[in-house]
Design a protein around this ligand. Structure first.
Ligand SMILES: [Zn+2]
Length: 246
């Protein structure tokens, strides 16, 4: 099984978490860097563990501090063979941690970088879905909607062949709409992730999350879709291999 989105660098002991994941059958992890420093640390982890690859980007929350020099450094880091995608990037009008014009600027720059490098882009969108879609209008590469939480984006996502990644919040009792969305995603476009250390799924909700827990999310998605969890886990691994070129 694969966890397609974890922030290993935000865990207390990332190496131990990678080991526990492997014991649970989660042998591949994509770890996400959120600024240049964090991307360097993510790459170090990826180089240390065969099953770990890195998604490198400047998170919308960090966009306010991102200068052109940071985007140039990001481009250099993305040349590492262990770097498989650009992100997470996008727009967050909910937290508004960075000025909106900076978020738009850094999002646009990363889409350009992904196009140029031929890499997929991992999208973070919160309370900004219309503007995120506008930003993606001309992007022709592979897109992953990370921590999918906006069912009304689904028709566009499916129409454009984007990947839809479900996180622990899709297992929460009230998330009936997300599980319904999960039944509508074609088998070759669905992904699962933990977003560790955030959003731990049922039945470990409320604890710090880690990649081993992706099995709970895959099980919940399997129940909703009527898929065998083991088979769905393998399908998700194939989808991730296709999307990220693993
Ligand atoms: Zn994330």
């Amino acid at each position: 099984m694969i966890d397609t989105h974890a922030h290993l660098t935000a865990l207390d002991d990332p190496d131990a978490a990678v080991g526990r994941a492997a014991e649970s059958g989660v042998t591949r992890i994509l770890t996400v860097g959120t600024d240049v420093e964090d991307c360097r640390s993510a790459l170090e982890l990826a180089e240390r563990h065969e099953g770990v690859s890195a998604i490198l980007g400047i998170h919308p929350h960090s966009a306010g501090n991102a200068a052109d020099a940071d985007l140039a450094k990001l481009r250099e880091l993305l040349a590492n063979p262990k770097a498989v995608a650009v992100g997470e990037t996008g727009l967050d009008w909910y937290r508004d941690y960075a000025p909106r014009h900076d978020q738009r600027r850094v999002f646009a720059a990363q889409l350009e970088l992904a196009s140029e490098l031929g890499k997929p882009v991992v999208i973070h969108t919160r309370a900004a879905d219309d503007d995120t879609l506008t930003g993606l209008a001309d992007f022709a590469g592979a897109v992953v909607l990370h921590c999918f939480s906006s069912p009304h984006l689904l028709p566009t996502a499916l129409d454009r062949g984007w990947y839809v990644a479900f996180a622990g919040n899709a297992t929460f009792p009230k998330a009936v709409d997300l599980r319904l969305a999960a039944t509508q995603v074609p088998h070759d476009r669905i992904l699962a992730e933990t977003d560790s250390p955030y959003l731990a799924p049922q039945p470990v909700r409320g604890k710090p999350n880690e990649p081993a827990n992706v099995v709970h999310t895959v099980a919940a998605l399997g129940r909703a879709r009527g898929d065998d969890p083991g088979e769905l886990g393998r399908q998700i691994e194939r989808n991730a291999a296709q999307c990220f070129g693993l």
